[in-house]
Design a protein around this ligand. Structure first.
Ligand SMILES: [Zn+2]
Length: 80
């Protein structure tokens, strides 16, 4: 198997964000080219939104619980 060479141009990392209290999905965090941005979760009954709460940081809009960021997974962006 050929392992491609990673460069900062093609590597993205994504992590699932979920609520530690109610377990709702809060979207994903994506890191690419040194920048981090948030991917909103699909609108489902099991989804809530990330909110910023003083003293807590990122929290769940549904119950106010602390957001948990899962392990970053590398995903490749293939050139068209
Ligand atoms: Zn919650």
């Amino acid at each position: 198997m050929n392992i491609p060479e990673w460069s900062s141009d093609v590597v993205r990392e994504r992590a699932d964000v979920s609520c530690l209290i109610c377990g709702r999905g809060l979207g994903q965090i994506e890191r690419a080219e040194g920048k981090i941005h948030l991917i909103e979760p699909p609108e489902t009954v099991n989804a809530a939104h990330l909110v910023r709460k003083s003293g807590v940081g990122m929290a769940c809009s549904h119950c106010g619980g602390r957001a948990y960021v899962g392990p970053l997974e590398r995903i490749a962006r293939y050139a068209a």
